[in-house]
Design a protein around this ligand. Structure first.
Ligand SMILES: NC(=O)c1ccc[n+]([C@@H]2O[C@H](COP(=O)([O-])OP(=O)(O)OC[C@H]3O[C@@H](n4cnc5c(N)ncnc54)[C@H](OP(=O)(O)O)[C@@H]3O)[C@@H](O)[C@H]2O)c1
Length: 218
């Protein structure tokens, strides 16, 4: 059994990671601004220690790192609110670097970063640039680091796409020859992404996991 901290465990992919980690018998904590997600249902929710905190004020959540074996960072935005300081640079890049530095300082063994294969379709290039910057910043820290680069991730209650696109992703993913030909644009089910992230946190075997790696886990 491992002790995991999912930064952004309240989000779409983060919840799926927490749910799987609980089911696998791990001790799970989450830190995010909202804390316990109101929309989440199921017994697993009560088995996660939810903390509501500002990620950019590490002193408010640093104690959550005590005794943690692995940190999974699943924070990001697809739409900026620059007037509020919510930018790709800050959320997709800086938040990962800050939490990774905190994890290293706390003696965490493994840090898993949910990056991205491509730019979000309607976003400026800073979406992906900030992810790549964070990837480079964490790679030489003194712990195992694993970067996941999924493309579009679909599943129930997907918050970013209209529902018809979510269904289209599911259909495309079920048609194996077509999905294979899409390469980096291949959509991935949220359960698979969460499973690969969890496996990487518990047993890091590779430093970079592409769409292909996530689609065909060992
Ligand atoms: N979904 C996809 O198709 C997809 C594809 C490729 C890569 N990714 C990457 O996977 C990661 C997770 O994506 P997701 O779809 O699960 O996103 P999500 O559902 O929007 O969840 C994002 C998480 O980020 C936190 N967050 C949002 N705004 C924040 C802010 N201003 N300050 C601090 N935290 C904030 C949220 O916390 P609260 O709940 O407290 O707001 C939530 O826990 C992201 O890094 C994303 O770039 C996603």
């Amino acid at each position: 059994m491992a002790r995991l901290l999912v930064v952004g465990g309240s989000g779409f992919i983060g919840q799926a990671i927490c749910r799987r980690a609980v089911a696998a018998g791990h001790e799970v904590r989450s830190v995010s601004p909202s804390g316990r997600p109101e929309d989440a249902a199921g017994r697993w929710v009560d088995r996660v220690e939810w903390t509501s905190a500002d990620l950019f004020s590490p002193h408010t959540w640093r104690d959550r790192l005590r005794g943690v074996d692995a940190v999974v960072h699943s924070v990001g935005i697809a739409h900026e609110r620059p007037q509020e300081g919510v930018t790709f640079e800050r959320l997709n890049g800086d938040s990962a670097v800050i939490t990774a530095l905190e994890a290293e300082r706390a003696g965490v063994d493994t840090y898993v970063f949910l990056s991205s294969a491509a730019n979000y379709p309607t976003a400026r290039r800073a979406y992906l640039q900030s992810k790549r910057r964070a990837e480079r910043a964490i790679e030489s820290l003194n712990m195992e680091t694993v970067v996941l680069r999924p493309g579009a991730v679909y599943g129930p209650d997907q918050p970013h796409f209209p529902e018809p696109f979510n269904w289209l992703c599911k259909i495309v993913d079920s048609l194996d020859p077509l999905a294979e030909r899409l390469g980096e644009a291949r959509p991935l089910p949220v359960g698979r992404v969460a499973g690969v992230a969890l496996d990487a946190a518990v047993d890091p075997e590779a430093r970079l996991l592409t769409v292909e790696d996530i689609a065909h886990p060992n």
